[in-house]
Design a protein. Sequence first.
Length: 339
Amino acid sequence: MIITMKKQTPKEEIDALMSRLDAKGLRIHSSIGENYNVFGLVGDTSVIDPKQIEANPYVESVVRVAAPYKKANRLFHPEDTIVNIGGIPIGGKEDLVVIGGPCSIEGKESTVAIAKAVKEAGGCMLRGGAYKPRTSPYAFQGMGTEGILAMVEARKETGLPIVSELMSTDKLDEFVEYVDCIQIGARNMQNFDLLKAVGKVQTPVLLKRGLANTIEEWIMAAEYIMSEGNQNVIFCERGIRTFEKYTRNTLDLSVIPIIKEKTHLPIIIDPSHATGDWKLVESMSLAAIAAGADGLIIEVHENPECAWSDGAQSLKPNRFAEVIEKGRTIAQVIGRGIV
Ligand code: PEP
Ligand code: MN
Protein backbone atom coordinates (compact mmCIF):
# COMPACT_ATOMS: atom_id res chain seq x y z
CA MET A 1 0.00 0.00 0.00
CA ILE A 2 1.32 3.45 -0.88
CA ILE A 3 0.28 6.54 1.09
CA THR A 4 1.01 9.96 -0.35
CA MET A 5 0.88 12.94 2.03
CA LYS A 6 0.94 16.64 1.16
CA LYS A 7 4.27 18.45 1.40
CA GLN A 8 3.05 20.92 4.04
CA THR A 9 1.94 18.14 6.43
CA PRO A 10 3.15 18.98 9.97
CA LYS A 11 5.71 16.52 11.30
CA GLU A 12 3.49 15.56 14.26
CA GLU A 13 0.69 14.55 11.83
CA ILE A 14 3.11 12.28 9.95
CA ASP A 15 4.44 10.81 13.20
CA ALA A 16 0.91 10.13 14.50
CA LEU A 17 -0.07 8.26 11.33
CA MET A 18 3.20 6.32 11.23
CA SER A 19 2.85 5.17 14.82
CA ARG A 20 -0.73 3.98 14.16
CA LEU A 21 0.52 1.97 11.16
CA ASP A 22 3.49 0.68 13.14
CA ALA A 23 1.09 -0.53 15.85
CA LYS A 24 -0.62 -2.64 13.18
CA GLY A 25 2.65 -4.47 12.58
CA LEU A 26 3.54 -2.78 9.29
CA ARG A 27 7.00 -1.72 8.17
CA ILE A 28 7.18 1.72 6.55
CA HIS A 29 9.52 2.94 3.81
CA SER A 30 9.55 6.75 3.63
CA SER A 31 10.45 8.92 0.69
CA ILE A 32 10.34 12.66 1.33
CA GLY A 33 10.13 14.36 -2.05
CA GLU A 34 9.96 17.90 -3.44
CA ASN A 35 6.17 18.06 -3.53
CA TYR A 36 4.93 15.01 -1.69
CA ASN A 37 5.86 12.63 1.10
CA VAL A 38 5.43 9.04 0.00
CA PHE A 39 5.18 6.08 2.39
CA GLY A 40 5.30 2.46 1.26
CA LEU A 41 3.75 -0.03 3.70
CA VAL A 42 5.12 -3.55 3.84
CA GLY A 43 3.32 -6.40 5.61
CA ASP A 44 -0.28 -7.54 5.91
CA THR A 45 -2.14 -4.44 4.73
CA SER A 46 -5.48 -6.30 4.69
CA VAL A 47 -5.92 -4.99 8.28
CA ILE A 48 -6.05 -1.43 6.93
CA ASP A 49 -9.02 0.42 5.51
CA PRO A 50 -7.66 2.86 2.86
CA LYS A 51 -10.79 5.02 3.15
CA GLN A 52 -10.10 5.58 6.84
CA ILE A 53 -6.58 6.83 6.07
CA GLU A 54 -7.97 9.07 3.33
CA ALA A 55 -10.13 10.75 5.98
CA ASN A 56 -6.94 12.52 7.10
CA PRO A 57 -6.92 15.92 5.31
CA TYR A 58 -3.14 15.75 4.84
CA VAL A 59 -3.40 12.49 2.90
CA GLU A 60 -3.41 12.99 -0.87
CA SER A 61 -4.02 9.39 -1.88
CA VAL A 62 -3.89 5.78 -0.71
CA VAL A 63 -3.19 3.12 -3.32
CA ARG A 64 -3.55 -0.56 -2.64
CA VAL A 65 -0.84 -2.61 -4.36
CA ALA A 66 -1.82 -6.04 -2.99
CA ALA A 67 -5.32 -7.49 -3.24
CA PRO A 68 -7.29 -7.38 0.07
CA TYR A 69 -7.97 -11.12 -0.09
CA LYS A 70 -5.40 -13.68 1.07
CA LYS A 71 -7.00 -17.13 1.34
CA ALA A 72 -8.60 -16.97 -2.12
CA ASN A 73 -5.57 -15.31 -3.71
CA ARG A 74 -3.69 -17.36 -6.30
CA LEU A 75 -0.51 -15.51 -5.34
CA PHE A 76 -0.33 -17.43 -2.08
CA HIS A 77 -1.82 -20.67 -3.44
CA PRO A 78 -0.61 -21.13 -7.04
CA GLU A 79 -2.15 -24.56 -7.62
CA ASP A 80 -5.85 -24.94 -8.52
CA THR A 81 -8.16 -25.98 -5.70
CA ILE A 82 -10.28 -29.00 -6.53
CA VAL A 83 -13.53 -29.04 -4.56
CA ASN A 84 -15.16 -32.41 -4.05
CA ILE A 85 -18.96 -32.59 -4.03
CA GLY A 86 -20.28 -36.01 -3.07
CA GLY A 87 -17.25 -37.70 -4.67
CA ILE A 88 -17.22 -35.53 -7.82
CA PRO A 89 -14.18 -33.24 -8.24
CA ILE A 90 -14.69 -29.70 -9.56
CA GLY A 91 -11.93 -27.37 -10.75
CA GLY A 92 -8.40 -27.52 -12.14
CA LYS A 93 -8.14 -29.70 -15.21
CA GLU A 94 -10.97 -31.99 -14.04
CA ASP A 95 -13.90 -32.72 -16.33
CA LEU A 96 -16.72 -30.20 -16.19
CA VAL A 97 -19.77 -30.84 -14.05
CA VAL A 98 -23.30 -30.16 -15.26
CA ILE A 99 -25.82 -29.65 -12.48
CA GLY A 100 -29.51 -29.73 -13.39
CA GLY A 101 -32.87 -29.57 -11.69
CA PRO A 102 -35.89 -27.42 -10.96
CA CYS A 103 -35.82 -23.90 -9.57
CA SER A 104 -38.24 -24.98 -6.82
CA ILE A 105 -38.71 -28.44 -5.40
CA GLU A 106 -42.39 -29.29 -5.97
CA GLY A 107 -42.79 -32.65 -4.21
CA LYS A 108 -41.09 -36.01 -3.76
CA GLU A 109 -42.41 -37.76 -6.87
CA SER A 110 -41.59 -34.93 -9.28
CA THR A 111 -38.14 -34.50 -7.71
CA VAL A 112 -37.27 -38.17 -8.12
CA ALA A 113 -38.57 -38.06 -11.70
CA ILE A 114 -36.55 -34.97 -12.62
CA ALA A 115 -33.44 -36.40 -10.93
CA LYS A 116 -33.74 -39.51 -13.11
CA ALA A 117 -34.20 -37.33 -16.20
CA VAL A 118 -31.17 -35.17 -15.27
CA LYS A 119 -29.04 -38.28 -14.83
CA GLU A 120 -30.32 -39.84 -18.05
CA ALA A 121 -29.46 -36.60 -19.92
CA GLY A 122 -25.88 -36.72 -18.63
CA GLY A 123 -26.10 -34.38 -15.62
CA CYS A 124 -24.01 -35.39 -12.62
CA MET A 125 -25.72 -33.46 -9.78
CA LEU A 126 -29.22 -32.38 -8.85
CA ARG A 127 -30.12 -28.81 -7.96
CA GLY A 128 -33.40 -27.74 -6.38
CA GLY A 129 -34.62 -24.92 -4.18
CA ALA A 130 -36.46 -25.74 -0.96
CA TYR A 131 -36.05 -22.25 0.57
CA LYS A 132 -36.72 -19.65 -2.10
CA PRO A 133 -35.56 -16.01 -2.08
CA ARG A 134 -38.59 -14.56 -3.91
CA THR A 135 -38.90 -10.88 -4.76
CA SER A 136 -42.54 -10.91 -3.63
CA PRO A 137 -43.57 -12.11 -0.17
CA TYR A 138 -46.78 -13.42 -1.81
CA ALA A 139 -44.89 -15.70 -4.23
CA PHE A 140 -44.25 -19.37 -3.38
CA GLN A 141 -41.56 -19.46 -0.69
CA GLY A 142 -40.42 -23.09 -1.06
CA MET A 143 -41.31 -26.40 0.55
CA GLY A 144 -38.71 -26.09 3.30
CA THR A 145 -37.56 -29.25 5.08
CA GLU A 146 -40.03 -31.37 3.09
CA GLY A 147 -38.31 -30.18 -0.08
CA ILE A 148 -34.86 -31.03 1.26
CA LEU A 149 -36.10 -34.52 2.16
CA ALA A 150 -37.51 -34.93 -1.37
CA MET A 151 -34.01 -34.24 -2.69
CA VAL A 152 -32.52 -36.74 -0.26
CA GLU A 153 -34.94 -39.33 -1.66
CA ALA A 154 -33.91 -38.40 -5.22
CA ARG A 155 -30.24 -38.84 -4.28
CA LYS A 156 -31.04 -42.26 -2.83
CA GLU A 157 -32.75 -43.30 -6.08
CA THR A 158 -30.17 -41.88 -8.51
CA GLY A 159 -26.90 -41.44 -6.62
CA LEU A 160 -26.74 -37.78 -7.74
CA PRO A 161 -25.25 -35.40 -5.13
CA ILE A 162 -27.65 -32.58 -4.21
CA VAL A 163 -27.23 -28.79 -4.22
CA SER A 164 -29.69 -26.45 -2.50
CA GLU A 165 -29.88 -22.82 -1.36
CA LEU A 166 -29.50 -21.90 2.30
CA MET A 167 -31.10 -18.57 3.21
CA SER A 168 -30.63 -18.35 6.95
CA THR A 169 -28.23 -19.59 9.59
CA ASP A 170 -30.98 -21.33 11.58
CA LYS A 171 -31.26 -24.02 8.87
CA LEU A 172 -27.52 -24.68 8.67
CA ASP A 173 -27.64 -27.92 10.70
CA GLU A 174 -30.33 -29.30 8.37
CA PHE A 175 -28.16 -28.51 5.35
CA VAL A 176 -25.00 -29.99 6.86
CA GLU A 177 -26.92 -33.17 7.59
CA TYR A 178 -28.63 -33.55 4.23
CA VAL A 179 -27.09 -31.66 1.31
CA ASP A 180 -23.81 -32.20 -0.55
CA CYS A 181 -23.35 -28.54 -1.52
CA ILE A 182 -24.78 -25.39 0.05
CA GLN A 183 -25.79 -22.69 -2.42
CA ILE A 184 -25.52 -19.08 -1.26
CA GLY A 185 -27.85 -17.14 -3.53
CA ALA A 186 -27.15 -13.87 -5.30
CA ARG A 187 -29.26 -11.91 -2.81
CA ASN A 188 -27.25 -13.25 0.12
CA MET A 189 -23.77 -12.81 -1.32
CA GLN A 190 -23.07 -10.10 1.25
CA ASN A 191 -25.04 -11.61 4.13
CA PHE A 192 -21.90 -11.70 6.24
CA ASP A 193 -23.37 -13.68 9.16
CA LEU A 194 -24.50 -16.37 6.72
CA LEU A 195 -21.07 -16.41 5.04
CA LYS A 196 -19.32 -16.76 8.40
CA ALA A 197 -21.68 -19.57 9.41
CA VAL A 198 -21.05 -21.65 6.27
CA GLY A 199 -17.36 -20.93 6.77
CA LYS A 200 -17.47 -22.83 10.05
CA VAL A 201 -18.58 -26.11 8.41
CA GLN A 202 -16.85 -28.16 5.74
CA THR A 203 -19.76 -28.67 3.31
CA PRO A 204 -18.81 -27.23 -0.11
CA VAL A 205 -20.35 -23.82 -0.82
CA LEU A 206 -21.59 -22.63 -4.22
CA LEU A 207 -21.24 -18.85 -3.94
CA LYS A 208 -23.35 -16.97 -6.45
CA ARG A 209 -22.33 -13.49 -7.57
CA GLY A 210 -24.58 -10.75 -6.19
CA LEU A 211 -26.96 -8.91 -8.50
CA ALA A 212 -24.79 -5.80 -8.56
CA ASN A 213 -21.48 -6.80 -7.05
CA THR A 214 -17.99 -6.27 -8.35
CA ILE A 215 -15.57 -9.14 -8.81
CA GLU A 216 -13.55 -7.95 -5.81
CA GLU A 217 -16.64 -7.84 -3.56
CA TRP A 218 -17.46 -11.36 -4.72
CA ILE A 219 -13.96 -12.63 -3.94
CA MET A 220 -14.14 -10.92 -0.53
CA ALA A 221 -17.38 -12.85 0.11
CA ALA A 222 -15.43 -16.06 -0.60
CA GLU A 223 -12.72 -14.74 1.75
CA TYR A 224 -15.33 -14.45 4.53
CA ILE A 225 -16.11 -18.16 4.14
CA MET A 226 -12.49 -19.25 3.81
CA SER A 227 -11.23 -17.13 6.70
CA GLU A 228 -13.57 -19.09 9.00
CA GLY A 229 -12.01 -22.40 7.88
CA ASN A 230 -14.06 -23.73 4.95
CA GLN A 231 -11.84 -23.73 1.83
CA ASN A 232 -14.42 -25.57 -0.32
CA VAL A 233 -15.79 -22.59 -2.22
CA ILE A 234 -16.99 -22.62 -5.83
CA PHE A 235 -17.89 -19.35 -7.56
CA CYS A 236 -21.06 -19.19 -9.65
CA GLU A 237 -21.67 -16.34 -12.10
CA ARG A 238 -25.42 -15.88 -12.65
CA GLY A 239 -25.55 -12.57 -14.49
CA ILE A 240 -25.53 -9.02 -13.16
CA ARG A 241 -27.89 -6.06 -13.36
CA THR A 242 -27.26 -3.72 -16.26
CA PHE A 243 -29.40 -1.26 -18.24
CA GLU A 244 -30.33 -4.08 -20.65
CA LYS A 245 -33.92 -5.24 -20.33
CA TYR A 246 -33.98 -7.84 -23.09
CA THR A 247 -32.45 -10.44 -20.82
CA ARG A 248 -33.19 -10.95 -17.11
CA ASN A 249 -29.55 -10.18 -16.30
CA THR A 250 -26.34 -9.71 -18.30
CA LEU A 251 -24.08 -12.75 -18.30
CA ASP A 252 -20.51 -11.66 -17.58
CA LEU A 253 -18.37 -14.44 -19.03
CA SER A 254 -15.20 -12.40 -18.65
CA VAL A 255 -15.24 -13.33 -14.96
CA ILE A 256 -14.12 -16.87 -15.83
CA PRO A 257 -10.52 -16.02 -16.82
CA ILE A 258 -10.42 -13.21 -14.23
CA ILE A 259 -11.49 -15.44 -11.31
CA LYS A 260 -9.02 -18.07 -12.51
CA GLU A 261 -6.20 -15.56 -12.66
CA LYS A 262 -6.94 -13.88 -9.32
CA THR A 263 -7.99 -16.96 -7.33
CA HIS A 264 -7.34 -20.70 -7.22
CA LEU A 265 -11.02 -21.64 -6.81
CA PRO A 266 -13.36 -23.26 -9.35
CA ILE A 267 -16.04 -21.26 -11.15
CA ILE A 268 -19.25 -22.46 -12.77
CA ILE A 269 -21.87 -20.61 -14.83
CA ASP A 270 -25.64 -20.39 -14.38
CA PRO A 271 -27.01 -19.50 -17.83
CA SER A 272 -30.62 -19.86 -16.61
CA HIS A 273 -30.73 -16.95 -14.15
CA ALA A 274 -28.24 -15.01 -16.29
CA THR A 275 -30.59 -14.88 -19.29
CA GLY A 276 -34.05 -15.67 -17.90
CA ASP A 277 -34.87 -17.26 -21.24
CA TRP A 278 -34.61 -20.97 -22.05
CA LYS A 279 -33.86 -20.14 -25.71
CA LEU A 280 -30.56 -18.50 -24.70
CA VAL A 281 -29.41 -21.22 -22.30
CA GLU A 282 -27.75 -23.49 -24.87
CA SER A 283 -25.61 -20.84 -26.57
CA MET A 284 -24.50 -19.31 -23.27
CA SER A 285 -23.67 -22.78 -21.89
CA LEU A 286 -21.45 -23.56 -24.86
CA ALA A 287 -19.78 -20.15 -24.61
CA ALA A 288 -19.13 -20.71 -20.89
CA ILE A 289 -17.47 -24.06 -21.60
CA ALA A 290 -15.30 -22.48 -24.31
CA ALA A 291 -14.32 -19.70 -21.90
CA GLY A 292 -12.99 -22.23 -19.39
CA ALA A 293 -15.80 -22.67 -16.85
CA ASP A 294 -15.52 -25.68 -14.53
CA GLY A 295 -19.21 -26.47 -14.87
CA LEU A 296 -22.76 -25.33 -15.46
CA ILE A 297 -25.85 -25.17 -13.27
CA ILE A 298 -29.02 -25.24 -15.36
CA GLU A 299 -32.71 -25.17 -14.42
CA VAL A 300 -34.52 -28.24 -15.78
CA HIS A 301 -38.23 -28.99 -15.53
CA GLU A 302 -40.38 -31.63 -17.20
CA ASN A 303 -43.20 -29.16 -17.76
CA PRO A 304 -41.76 -25.61 -17.63
CA GLU A 305 -45.13 -23.95 -18.32
CA CYS A 306 -46.37 -25.31 -15.00
CA ALA A 307 -43.17 -24.82 -12.95
CA TRP A 308 -43.73 -23.18 -9.55
CA SER A 309 -40.92 -20.71 -10.30
CA ASP A 310 -38.60 -19.75 -13.19
CA GLY A 311 -40.37 -21.87 -15.84
CA ALA A 312 -39.47 -19.39 -18.60
CA GLN A 313 -35.78 -20.13 -18.18
CA SER A 314 -36.07 -23.88 -17.54
CA LEU A 315 -35.08 -26.48 -20.12
CA LYS A 316 -37.02 -29.65 -20.76
CA PRO A 317 -34.86 -32.75 -20.17
CA ASN A 318 -34.38 -33.44 -23.90
CA ARG A 319 -32.99 -29.93 -24.49
CA PHE A 320 -30.81 -30.27 -21.39
CA ALA A 321 -29.43 -33.49 -22.92
CA GLU A 322 -28.67 -31.62 -26.16
CA VAL A 323 -26.74 -28.92 -24.28
CA ILE A 324 -24.59 -31.59 -22.64
CA GLU A 325 -24.07 -33.42 -25.92
CA LYS A 326 -22.92 -30.26 -27.75
CA GLY A 327 -20.99 -29.20 -24.66
CA ARG A 328 -18.89 -32.36 -24.85
CA THR A 329 -17.67 -31.34 -28.32
CA ILE A 330 -16.69 -27.86 -27.14
CA ALA A 331 -15.05 -29.26 -23.98
CA GLN A 332 -12.99 -31.63 -26.11
CA VAL A 333 -11.61 -28.73 -28.15
CA ILE A 334 -10.18 -27.16 -24.98
CA GLY A 335 -8.84 -30.50 -23.75
CA ARG A 336 -11.50 -31.28 -21.15
CA GLY A 337 -14.54 -33.50 -20.88
CA ILE A 338 -17.87 -33.48 -19.08
CA VAL A 339 -18.36 -35.82 -16.10
C1 PEP B 1 -31.84 -20.08 -7.88
O1 PEP B 1 -30.80 -20.71 -8.07
O2 PEP B 1 -32.97 -20.59 -8.04
C2 PEP B 1 -31.75 -18.66 -7.52
C3 PEP B 1 -32.71 -18.04 -6.86
O3 PEP B 1 -30.61 -18.09 -7.96
P1 PEP B 1 -29.99 -16.60 -7.78
O4 PEP B 1 -29.63 -16.48 -6.34
O5 PEP B 1 -28.82 -16.62 -8.70
O6 PEP B 1 -31.05 -15.62 -8.21
MN1 MN C 1 -34.53 -20.09 -10.12
